[in-house]
Design a protein around this ligand. Structure first.
Ligand code: MN
Length: 194
């Protein structure tokens, strides 16, 4: 059984204002993440997935056609916890390893924005880091790099619920604000070093 209390926000609801409103944070964490957790608990009850941890559920259900709903909800729980951990204020310096790999902070942001712009419908943009190589990639719906044995270090939620209250249809502005003022780069660096 999973519990929303085990996935606390790493910041106060007011910390991201004005870039992300309290209402968006609250809805996103309590209702959307909370909903995925509730669904997951129902779906795994009395199945072989009931005793697995979250990563095990994701990796195993990714190759189990009968477990698509379990995969979707488990992956969304992982993706959201990861996303909330990526958010913060007050540290806007892109790490050297990333600027070196992309030829500059601006170049990294342009590439990230371009991948985000190509996401049609609901999905995620990720920075992954494997074998000392970065990759910016998008996943559709609930799909997640850990199902493909890739290591995420940063993600942006591009489902409409992530930005619609604050940005309405201006998704590109949300991506801009995220890249320029909402990333906790310390979390990204910690992931790179793991
Ligand atoms: Mn979301």
């Amino acid at each position: 059984m999973f519990n929303l209390n085990d996935f606390p926000l790493p910041f106060r609801e007011t910390d991201l204002v004005p870039y992300m409103s309290v209402e968006t944070v609250r809805l996103h964490h309590d209702k959307h993440l909370g909903g995925y957790i509730a669904n997951l608990n129902k779906l795994i009850a009395d199945t072989k997935y009931a005793d697995m941890d979250l990563r095990e559920i994701i990796v195993n259900s990714a190759h189990d056609a009968s477990a698509q709903k379990i995969f979707n909800n488990a992956a969304q729980v992982f993706n959201h916890e990861f996303f909330f951990n990526c958010l913060g204020r007050g540290n806007n310096t892109v790490p050297d390893l990333i600027t070196d790999a992309f030829g500059g902070a601006a170049e990294f942001k342009e590439k990230f924005k371009s991948v985000a712009a190509d996401v049609f419908g609901s999905g995620w943009v990720w920075l992954t880091y494997d074998n000392k190589k970065f990759e910016i990639l998008a996943t559709q719906n609930a799909d997640t790099p850990i199902a493909h044995r890739k290591k995420p270090v940063l993600t942006l939620d591009l489902w409409e619920h992530a930005y619609y209250l604050d940005f309405q249809n201006r998704r590109a502005d949300f991506v801009d604000v995220f890249l320029n003022g909402l990333i906790d780069w310390k979390f990204v660096i910690d992931n790179m070093n793991m």
